[in-house]
Ligand binder design. Structure first.
Ligand code: CTP
Ligand code: MG
Length: 253
């Protein structure tokens, strides 16, 4: 089954404060956008990518992926991430009509290892309608009241932090976006609202979202120490299952 990945890249990168949209920020000479798109295509599980760029950045972002030919398209995004994903999905229907599986992957998660991408696609190929990569929550979590006083310590064992790429059958993501009238930060959240189960696969610390300059410094440090391991890294979190042939997905309801 053909897989198309939608890459929302139309944000301004305000919190990073680099003076250019985050997707154009270079790490060791290569932009986050270029790394994210190449990581998807090089994973071997993605045939085409549709990037949503800010309308005034179409040319600049197009230049970042020009050498990939018709495997990568750049289309205008919107004011909110939801609008950008919606625009990319509409473009994918037209540009890659054969796609049965769709991924949504933030340009800001440019260092996501191929193993995560393959696991997400694999879970959809095996029948999941929606899949997200997750990691256990490392910090202690507390609920606080309006005055900032701790009300309770939350059991974190069932909690997970969610990354991208998130994977869907094209039909389910289309249905979720046609039902969604408002803004959502998480595409799988829209699918949950329709009542479909959302499965999980193991995420990876390298799939961090670059939000602040600290995140960028972490990414640079990781790349500098292990240049050959990204995004093809198979150095998974200790104790994680190997990807070959294993079905490490779980259902979220
Ligand atoms: N995004 C998008 N369209 C928007 C807003 C965000 O395509 N209107 C994309 C960003 O480019 C990014 C991803 O969604 O790849 C996640 O958003 P975020 O990390 O918030 O990035 P920015 O919006 O660029 O950053 P900030 O909120 O700090 O301005
Ligand atoms: Mg934002």
């Amino acid at each position: 089954m053909d897989t198309v990945a939608l890459v929302p890249a139309a944000g301004r990168g305000t919190r990073l404060g680099a003076g250019v949209p985050k997707a154009l920020v270079r790490v060791l000479g290569q932009s986050l956008l270029s790394r994210a798109v190449r990581g998807l295509l090089d994973s071997g599980s993605v045939g085409h990518v549709v990037v949503a760029a800010a309308p005034d950045q179409l040319d600049l972002m197009g230049r970042e992926v020009r050498d990939l030919g018709d495997r990568a398209h750049v289309v205008p995004g919107g004011g909110e991430r939801t609008d950008s994903v919606r625009a990319a999905l509409r473009a994918a229907d037209r540009l890659v009509p054969s796609a049965g599986i769709v991924l949504v992957h933030d340009a800001a998660r440019a260092f996501t290892p191929a193993r995560v991408i393959r696991d997400v696609v694999g879970a959809v190929e095996r029948g999941a309608r929606a899949v997200v990569p997750t990691l256990p929550v490392a910090d202690t979590i507390k609920r606080v009241d309006d005055d900032g006083v701790v009300a309770e310590t939350v059991d974190r064992s069932p909690l997970r932090a969610v990354q991208t790429p998130q994977g869907f059958t094209v039909d389910v993501l289309r249905e979720a976006y046609s039902a969604a009238g408002d803004v959502a930060t998480d595409d799988a959240g829209l699918v949950e609202r329709l009542g479909y189960p959302v499965e999980t696969v193991e995420g990876h610390t390298h799939a961090l979202k670059v939000t602040t300059s600290f995140d960028l410094a972490v990414a640079e440090a990781v790349l500098a120490t292990a240049p050959a391991e990204l995004p093809e890294s198979r150095l998974d979190t200790p104790g994680s299952p190997d990807d070959t042939g294993s079905d490490n997905s779980r259902k979220v309801r």
